[in-house]
Design a binder for this molecule. Structure first.
Ligand code: CO8
Length: 260
């Protein structure tokens, strides 16, 4: 698959995706968003045995420093609606992807970059990572889900503070607040993500997909996650993988899941 601004590498069953606009600190322009839509919204990830995806940024400085500001300085209200909706749709594709997606945050994750990291299932922060939603500095608010997902991770009071002050926080603070899952030495973000995805890759794929679905349901308006869990639990009971997992336990051997 050809992308304008993404580099991809399949390593041990994990697709490492690098947003590759280092001169603009990997800012999300239209081309990059189109690439992400192509990646998560088509069969581009229908890769045999895929364990998950790691998203990271090219260069030493940034994961993603936001939406590309040069592209929306002159848009009108209708243009703003369209841009924000496009970003929402793409970020939902990531959040709802059936395999784990981990953001390896190797530097600035600001504005749309912080929102992209938050749409992923986990965030691994390098020591020099910086998270923030600086949109109010520009006279706008986050448009790619930041007002919603930041509350989910850090709680209402802290989210309001970060959204209104535009303060950046470092990796340790992000970890303390629950925004970053782990802090690792700079340059080790992808390796840590690979370690986690390798561990998850040994579990039953249908069960992993159902965990993602059910956890997402907690945050979906009008949906009852408890009811969903009952239904999806029953579905997993009906899988061949459950029979294999239970037999392996009883026979004191490692399970060999087939994703069925
Ligand atoms: N968009 C476009 N270009 C950018 C961006 C960006 N978000 N961030 C950095 N760049 C460019 C700079 O313009 C600069 O380009 P050049 O070399 O041609 O001058 C290059 O990247 C390097 O940046 P700096 O020289 O500024 O590097 P510093 O180390 O001095 O500073 C910072 C790094 C602090 C990250 C700084 O670049 C910065 O503040 N960037 C902007 C961060 C920001 O405000 N992000 C939020 C953008 S708004 C947003 O994301 C809204 C999302 C929802 C949109 C919905 C659509 C309607």
């Amino acid at each position: 698959m050809e992308y304008q601004n993404l580099l991809t590498e399949l390593r041990d069953g994990v697709l490492i995706v690098t947003i590759n606009r280092p001169k603009a600190l990997n800012a999300l322009n239209k081309g990059t968003l189109a690439d992400l839509r192509q990646l998560f919204g088509t069969d581009a990830l229908a890769i045999d045995g895929l364990k998950g995806v790691v998203l990271t940024g090219a260069g030493e400085k940034a994961f993603v420093a936001g939406a590309d500001i040069t592209e929306f300085t002159t848009i009108d209200v209708q243009g703003g609606l369209e841009m924000a909706q496009n970003g929402h749709d793409i970020f939902f594709l990531i959040e709802r992807f059936s395999k784990p997606v981990i953001a390896a945050v190797n530097g600035f994750a600001l504005g749309g970059g912080c929102e992209l990291a938050m749409a992923c299932h986990m965030r691994i922060a390098g020591e020099r990572a910086k998270f923030g939603q600086p949109e109010v500095n520009l006279g706008i608010i986050p448009g790619y889900g930041g007002t919603q997902r930041l509350v989910q991770y850090v709680g209402k009071g802290k989210a309001l503070e970060l959204l209104m002050t535009a303060d950046m926080i470092g990796a340790e603070e992000a970890h303390r607040l629950g925004l970053a899952n782990h802090v690792v030495a700079q340059g080790e973000e992808v390796n840590k993500a690979l370690e986690i995805l390798t561990k998850i890759g040994k579990k039953a794929p249908v069960a992993i997909a159902k965990v993602i679905e059910c956890v997402n349901t907690y945050f979906e308006d009008g949906e009852d996650g408890f009811k969903k869990e009952v239904v999806e639990f029953a579905r997993t009971v009906g899988t061949e993988d459950f029979r294999e997992g239970a037999s392996a336990f009883l026979e004191k051997r490692k399970a060999n899941f087939q994703g069925k």
